[in-house]
Ligand binder design. Sequence first.
Ligand code: PLP
Length: 429
Amino acid sequence: MSLLDRHRAVMPTWMPVYYGEDALEIVSGSGRRVTDATGRTYLDFFGGVLTTMIGYDIAEISDAVRSQIGTGVAHTSTLYLIRQQVELAEKIARISGIPDARVFFTNSGTEANESALLMATNVRRSNQVLAIKNSYHGRTFGTMAITGHRSWSSSSLSPLSVNWLASADRLRGRMAGLGDTDLIDAAVDDLREVLATVTAGDVAALIAEPIQGVGGFVHGPDGLLGAYRKVLDESGILLIADEVQTGWGRTGDHFWGYQAHDVVPDLITFAKGIGNGYALGGVIGRAEVMNAVPAISFATFGGNPISTAAGNAVLDYVLDHDLQGNAKRVGTILLDGLRALDTSIVAAVRGRGLMIGLEFVRPGTTEPDPAVTARVFDLCRQNGLLVGKGGLYGNVIRIGPALTLTEAEARDGLAILSEAVMTADTEIR
Ligand code: PLP
């Protein structure tokens, strides 16, 4: 029996895993490359799922984890002090941009968002939350309720009362075709209308991804969150920035995605890349918000010594090697190369740094084409390149490699992806 058949026999059928019938089993990795069970090697342009942020088998990270394992303590309890955790919290608080920040560690992005929602709703004594259509925030009761993406949001029985703002999708919907200034005006009007009509006036928070990740790397103009913030401030509504995909320099221009928006959020949530594969997430926030909810002051495994040893090594690596600068440099090569493609099946090449999306449509229209997207995805894989898929209609190819991606690797991957797009373009005619 194949591994995929064994998986089907023992795991729930609704698990949204594995791309296709010929799912890969990755058995090893080095740098930005992984090898599957058949011995074939691939350049990973998706960095796991933006999780392997430094790369595979990186000595500094592996050594830090090995050294913690060498102490004999994989985990004790958050009832005792954990040096790795305290040191990482100090570094993250310092770099967060939030004055007098506190950090609460979790095991995942979902838990981080769930915790942020708990904090915001408790502080504001309201269960009303604003979220953005096409968002993705996690897999629990609360986080699915604020996920505005049909295939990922199946909780209609949430304890939260959620109202929705339009996403900054420039291809379709109420923001279609708008330039930056008009889009910000339309978004602010939308927020005011939602607040004035469908909320009871005492909203706890707005949660937003600076660049929508699972939604297909959709993002509004710089300054959008700041414009929202001015309206939110009129009623004391908190702003939560979900930086699970956008944090740690990935967007190139900034260390945090929110920094493109002339605003400082009340709460930031993070996860994915900071552990480089070890499970680590958390919330950063203003002391008066974070200290208001003593009941969430620990999670058994949140910030455990192994994950935080990895986290410290990852954060040091990002800063010591200026990976934000690398994301900008190498991301620009990719963005320029993809924008230069002469094709009518790509309606948008968007993103920033090493977070780039290509949206596929029927030639010359804005009608989503998931089939051609799947074809490009398959062609890439056949030629040794792993990319991600996403978007509301499954019609976006996503690139989110390790931030250590070299210029040569970027050009190799760009060549494979470009050829796949042009082949699909020819086939469809
Ligand atoms: N928030 C965003 C923006 C995400 O992209 C994700 C995961 O893809 C999550 C939250 C949930 O994180 P996790 O899968 O670690 O629970």
